[in-house]
Design a protein around this ligand. Structure first.
Ligand SMILES: Cc1cc2nc3c(=O)[nH]c(=O)nc-3n(C[C@H](O)[C@H](O)[C@H](O)COP(=O)(O)OP(=O)(O)OC[C@H]3O[C@@H](n4cnc5c(N)ncnc54)[C@H](O)[C@@H]3O)c2cc1C
Ligand SMILES: NC(=O)c1ccc[n+]([C@@H]2O[C@H](COP(=O)([O-])OP(=O)(O)OC[C@H]3O[C@@H](n4cnc5c(N)ncnc54)[C@H](OP(=O)(O)O)[C@@H]3O)[C@@H](O)[C@H]2O)c1
Length: 250
């Protein structure tokens, strides 16, 4: 069991129409160790007693060893204890945290030539956390190609769109596409597509070669559909990393 540490809420801001960005620091001011792509379990009070939910680290930190706080992006879902607690937690309030957990992390340097990073909703948080390392790799490995595909219902739910677009402008090897499943903007920009993210992944015709690595993170059904599609295309377990954001009842 990973030991629990106390953390204090130091900032909260809306990130999209249904999602909040919360920043926590350790109450004892110690650094927080993790690898971008991992998640923590947060233990918080609720009507039905203390609850635990998992959240990916969203922090974009140039040097994680010096990191003193953590950002989490939390989407409100109907009838959930965390969805009630986090949007209303008071600044300065303390909860407990354990972790880090998870293996949705980047592979050793120079291993893949093509990275396909696929997310729905807050499933994009791990990729935001990886941006500083992706920046270093794109500079060191000019042949590296990275596709980031993010699926949300509509433009008001887009997460860190401006950051990803700015990153893509800076790096010719990085491409960002937002997929809107329910509503398109009236005047779509070149990075915007209609439909679900798996249809967009399919349209990229991913090749199951040694040079390609795919990440799927977010809605459990998206992960299952994405994995089925990739298996049909000949991908095996070692070429696809998956993280399902299961709700507590499942
Ligand atoms: C590894 C991991 C990482 C995660 N990272 C994040 C993250 O970064 N950000 C984030 O927002 N979430 C993340 N999640 C999900 C998160 O842990 C919580 O489940 C989520 O915040 C909802 O919690 P809740 O207490 O509000 O709702 P819950 O109590 O979990 O669920 C709300 C209610 O909806 C019910 N429900 C059942 N099926 C459905 C369905 N198909 N659709 C809708 N509701 C259903 C549930 O049974 C429950 O009654 C992650 C989950 C995992 C496992
Ligand atoms: N069973 C579960 O455990 C469960 C179920 C739902 C959500 N969740 C979790 O609850 C939190 C909030 O979710 P959310 O509000 O971000 O979800 P959401 O808004 O309902 O979905 C986000 C995006 O994923 C798309 N999507 C849904 N199913 C898909 C599939 N099979 N293939 C491809 N795309 C698919 C949605 O498309 P559409 O608009 O077409 O639906 C939407 O564009 C997240 O942590 C999420 O992972 C868990």
């Amino acid at each position: 069991m990973s030991p629990k540490v106390r953390i204090r809420l130091c900032e909260r801001q809306p990130l999209s129409s249904r999602t909040w960005l919360l920043r926590y620091e350790r109450s004892d001011q110690q650094p927080i160790t993790y690898v971008p792509g991992q998640f923590f379990s947060l233990h918080f009070p609720a009507e039905q007693g203390n609850q635990t939910r998992s959240y990916s680290i969203a922090t974009r930190s140039e040097d994680v060893r010096l990191n003193r706080s953590l950002e989490f992006a939390i989407t409100e879902v109907e009838g959930g204890a965390a969805s009630r607690y986090f949007p209303q937690a008071e600044l300065g309030s303390e909860i407990e945290m354990s972790g880090p957990f998870g293996a949705l992390i980047l592979p050793p340097l120079e291993q893949p030539k093509r990275l396909l990073l696929v997310a729905t909703g807050t499933g994009v948080a791990p990729y935001r956390s990886m941006l500083p390392e992706l920046h270093r790799r794109l500079l060191q490995q000019p042949t590296l190609q990275i596709e980031l595909l993010l699926g949300v219902r509509e433009p008001s739910e887009l997460l860190w769109g401006e950051e990803f677009i700015a990153f893509a402008k800076r790096h010719p090897g990085f491409n960002f596409t937002a997929c809107y499943s329910r509503q398109m903007p009236t005047e779509p920009l070149p990075f915007e597509r209609a439909g679900r993210v798996i249809a967009q992944l399919d349209s990229l015709a991913p090749q199951a070669d040694e040079a390609t690595l795919v990440y799927l993170c977010g809605h459990p059904e998206m992960i299952d559909e994405g994995w089925a599609l990739l298996q049909q295309r000949g991908f095996g377990v070692r070429q696809v990393k998956r993280e399902k954001y299961l709700l507590s009842g499942h």
